[in-house]
Design a protein around this ligand. Structure first.
Ligand code: SF4
Ligand code: SF4
Length: 113
């Protein structure tokens, strides 16, 4: 009983172990793989990311200079980043992770260079 009381008093004045997310922003760990981000300025349209994506989540049109992702297909594996030959990499997994939606149209995202 004494131990329990000591523990209770200690916990009353110690820093909580719980995180305040979503009231406060989440702590994103280094190397976290969130929503894929394309960096159009350095992209050379080599198509390596598109051809190596295991779920065909990426599409690209060299002529129109467009890049698109279907987040509903992406499994956040980071393969597109690994195979990108540019330095710095032109595609990366960002920190955004709140991607759930009941509207499938919101999963498709296209950008133009
Ligand atoms: S993270 Fe993986 S699944 Fe998602 S776009 Fe890149 S290669 Fe494809
Ligand atoms: S692999 Fe990199 S440089 Fe090649 S098309 Fe994809 S983003 Fe662009």
């Amino acid at each position: 009983m004494a131990n329990l009381l000591t523990e209770a008093i200690y916990r009353l004045f110690s820093k909580p172990n719980t995180k305040m997310y979503p009231v406060k922003p989440a702590d994103i760990a280094k190397g976290f793989r969130g929503k894929v981000v394309w960096k159009k300025d350095t992209c050379i349209f080599c198509m390596m990311c598109v051809t190596n994506c295991p779920t065909n989540a990426l599409t690209m049109n060299k002529e129109k200079k467009t890049w698109a992702i279907d987040i509903g297909k992406c499994i956040f594996c980071g393969r597109c980043h690994d195979v990108c030959p540019t330095k710095p990499k032109s595609i990366d997994n960002g920190s955004e992770f709140e991607l759930a939606s009941t509207d499938k149209k919101k999963f498709k995202h296209e950008e133009k260079k």
